[in-house]
Design a protein around this ligand. Structure first.
Ligand code: PGA
Length: 265
């Protein structure tokens, strides 16, 4: 059974005071959300104070980083390695579309990051997503459209997981985040639950064919893109969707707890 996973991605938001208030309210709510695992991906600089707050937290609440560098140490000014994160958090988000777009991160670099996270004994959350809608509902016959050929999430997954032994794959979660659905993309709309479920089923089928039944059955596949307390039920209802990655709505306690509650049912 895959335990639902709800991930908060604060991106480059919050002051220290705001981070403390938010993290404390999430910690206080977590005990009543024992059916799910909650991961809070805060900016690097708040990881330590939040780790202190989470010291007394229920076991279903974990801390995550939003990125890491792919070597363990060295002359890399401004970067943070997975090895440095090892004692602070449990998860590291890798390959977010903002990293791919703003920092030109390639699939090869993302693959190195996934490996660095695993090497440090942490769990990667590999984010993948197409820039334009992958399946046009009217053309849904299993045939790839031209758009799909251009921005192939299966290519991102294959490259991101390249060279990783099957035994480690079970540590990884995949976040399907279509770029057109992320709240900060101009003209964005949340993908509908049936669409997301269709894509996630295809990802699982891909994992089955590429790796094994066990890998396909154990990897959690999440959806991310404009998720909030209002639209969450359409995702929580779909058995294929193992959880969500929440950006903007994770900065408001009530919204985020509302999202968690829906997956906790
Ligand atoms: P959003 O962000 O929920 O604000 O769309 C999701 C993400 O980019 O991870």
């Amino acid at each position: 059974m895959r335990k639902p996973l709800v991930v908060a991605n604060w991106k480059m938001h919050t002051s220290l005071a705001e981070a403390i208030v938010l993290a404390t309210s999430i910690r206080n709510a977590a005990a009543d959300l024992s059916q799910i695992e909650i991961v809070l991906c805060s900016p690097f600089v708040w990881l330590y104070p939040i780790a202190e707050i989470f010291h007394t937290s229920p076991r279903n609440l974990k801390l995550g980083a939003q990125d890491c560098y792919f070597t363990d140490e060295g002359p890399v000014t401004g970067e943070v390695s997975a090895k440095m994160l090892k004692h602070l958090c449990r998860y590291v988000l890798v390959g977010h579309s903002e990293r791919r777009r703003l920092f030109g991160e390639s699939d090869a670099m993302i693959n190195d990051k996934v490996k660095a996270v695993l090497r440090s004994g942490l769990s990667p959350i590999l984010a993948v997503g197409e820039f334009k809608k992958m399946y046009d509902a009217k053309r849904e016959r299993g045939r790839p459209t031209r758009i799909e050929a251009k921005s192939d999430i299966f290519h991102q997954i294959r490259a991101g997981l390249s060279g990783i032994p099957s035994s480690s794959l079970q540590e990884i979660a995949i976040a399907y985040e279509p770029v057109w659905a992320i709240s900060t993309t101009v003209g964005s709309v949340a993908a509908d639950g049936v669409y997301v479920s269709t894509v996630i089923a295809k990802i699982r089928q891909f994992l089955y064919k590429t790796y094994s039944r066990d890998v396909a059955a154990s990897i959690r596949i999440l959806y991310g893109g404009s998720v909030d307390a209002e639209n969450i039920s359409q995702y929580a209802l779909q058995p294929e969707i193992d959880g969500v990655l929440v950006g903007a709505a994770s900065l408001k306690t009530r919204e985020f707890i509302g999202v968690c509650r829906e997956f906790n049912k």
